[in-house]
Design a protein around this ligand. Structure first.
Ligand SMILES: [Zn+2]
Length: 304
């Protein structure tokens, strides 16, 4: 999630300390351990090592990634990671950023809640989609430099355009919790994708909360370009509703009490965004949901 609007939403809340590491809630299911390990592989001392870890997660899933470079922030080259599944003239993009933020002490945030967990979830979803018969080509993109202004997404759109894009599903913040949150500030063009999402929520008996105003991520670049887009994430029930109030109500009014800062904002972009926060059961849930959502979009969006 991009830090600017989040900061704005939190204005008025006294400077807040990062969330103390919660007692880990490891999922007891050993079958989920590989998901945790895949997320942990993103915890690296620099961007080169994190990039290499992202490539390794894609290769380990049986895909052949390509790297698309772009002129990034402060002269630092950006590297989007891309792979496709199936064929078809039109494409469904399943995307998540893999970059993280630098902390005030100069080190890099582990960036697992935001956003390594999403990356692992969409790669897992791709493994399921690989076995499905689909009308659209699925393009999975791991964007770089989202935290520096959605630069990877903007560079991809500038290079490829959206003429062939039938829909975009963006995943951001999906490290723990079992409630799905999604943005509704995505324009009329996105109505068919929102319909598909709501149908998938019902079919999966998944609790889903829609936000009239939703925090920004790479979805914003695609919405601005006119592509049907939805951005989704996961938190626990309290977190989802606190963030809803933070973004959709006036401070001190019917919203959050003065000084209350949703846990997610005391976690992302801080030293508190750590592996202790990660529940692999959420990653498995997100992967299953993304695979089902992409199939629903594939089945329902009108062919042009
Ligand atoms: Zn993010």
């Amino acid at each position: 999630m991009h830090r600017l609007l989040i900061a704005l939403a939190m204005l008025g809340a006294a400077a807040f300390a990062p969330a103390a590491a919660q007692t880990p809630t490891p999922s007891p299911d050993p079958a989920l351990a590989p998901l945790r390990e895949a997320v942990a592989s993103f915890v690296q001392p620099d961007t080169d090592a994190r990039h290499a870890a992202a490539l390794q997660v894609v290769r380990a899933a049986g895909f052949t990634p390509t790297v698309e470079t772009f002129a990034g922030a402060q002269g630092e080259q950006g590297r989007n990671i891309v792979f496709t599944i199936g064929g078809g003239a039109r494409e469904i993009l399943l995307v998540a950023h893999y970059d993280t933020v630098r902390l005030p002490d100069g080190t890099w945030s582990q960036g697992v809640v935001d956003n390594a967990a999403s990356v692992v979830a969409i790669v897992e979803a791709a493994k399921v989609l690989k076995r499905a018969r689909l009308r659209h080509r699925i393009r999975v993109i791991l964007f770089d430099q989202e935290e520096r202004g959605l630069l990877g997404a903007k560079a991809w759109i500038a290079a490829h355009g959206i003429a062939k894009v039938a829909a975009v599903v963006n995943s951001d913040v999906a490290g723990y919790g079992d409630v799905l949150m999604y943005g509704l500030n995505n324009g009329a063009a996105s109505a068919p994708v929102v319909r598909a999402l709501r149908a998938t929520c019902a079919a999966q008996a998944q609790e889903c909360v829609g936000y009239p105003a939703y925090p920004p991520s790479d979805d914003r670049a695609f919405i601005a370009a006119g592509a049907p887009t939805v951005s989704v994430g996961f938190q626990d029930g309290v977190g989802v509703h606190q963030m809803w109030l933070a973004f959709n109500t006036q401070k001190g009014g019917s919203g959050l009490a003065e000084g209350v800062v949703p846990e997610v904002f005391r976690t992302i972009h801080t030293a508190g965004d750590r592996m202790e926060k990660i529940d692999p059961a959420t990653i498995a849930r997100a992967a299953a949901f993304h695979a089902a959502l992409v199939r629903e979009i594939d089945r329902t969006v009108r062919r042009r």
